[in-house]
Write a protein that binds this ligand. Structure first.
Ligand code: ZN
Ligand code: ZN
Length: 205
């Protein structure tokens, strides 16, 4: 055994004796028995304040120095923008998949239109079943990611379904056609069928 090893053995023994004499380790701030974070540099390898105290200290620091903390966070974001944005995009995609799966047929990530097999998440969107999407958007309802987050956070309310973009357009087309046919049949007393309906390019506005 070298001289250095002998000294460190002695020190270790002294620490062990002191530890045994003082009972279990206690937080030097609040006196609780932990749990403690690991701190290699501290005797015993643990921090002197307990986890609760350190959490509170960090929280207090954050509150007191909110401006600085935010500034540092922004600086870090700009420095590591690629990484942060990548994580953000992944998180948003995960949320979108979760919500669109919920509102898909039988909880699957798929278009709800009968017989449609589109499952590509890039081609799927959320649809207001009652056709009040435009009205809701005008009233300030969120769309895109914010809408997915809102639906997930409010416990998946009813009235929504997953549709592919083509069927979103098709649904709107059918809706307008029905309104027009209703108007026509009211005027002429004759009911036109969608098969014979002629669509003019400007008639949708
Ligand atoms: Zn403590
Ligand atoms: Zn579809």
């Amino acid at each position: 055994m070298t001289r250095g090893e002998k000294i460190s053995e002695k020190l270790k023994a002294a620490w062990a004796r002191r530890k045994a004499a003082s009972g279990p380790k206690r937080c030097s701030k609040c006196g609780s028995e932990g749990p403690f974070y690991r701190r290699k540099s501290r005797p015993g390898g643990l921090s002197s304040h307990c986890q609760e105290c350190i959490k509170k200290e960090l929280d207090d620091y954050r509150k007191e120095h909110l401006g600085e903390v935010r500034k540092r966070g922004r600086a870090r974001y700009h420095f590591d923008r690629k990484k942060f944005q990548g994580r953000l995009i992944a998180m948003r995609l995960e949320k979108k998949v979760e919500v669109l799966s919920y509102y898909g047929p039988d909880g699957r990530l798929q278009c709800s239109w009968e017989g449609c097999g589109v499952t590509d998440v890039d081609m799927l969107t959320i649809d207001h079943v009652g056709n009040d999407g435009g009205k809701a958007r005008k009233a300030g309802e969120s769309h895109g990611y914010m809408l997915y987050a809102k639906l997930a956070n409010s416990g998946f309310p009813s009235g929504y379904q997953t549709l592919c973009m083509n069927h979103q357009v098709k649904k709107e087309l059918v809706r307008k056609r029905m309104i027009r046919e209703d108007g026509e049949s009211a005027r002429t007393g004759r009911r036109s069928t969608s098969g014979t309906l002629q669509l003019r390019p400007d008639s949708d506005r």
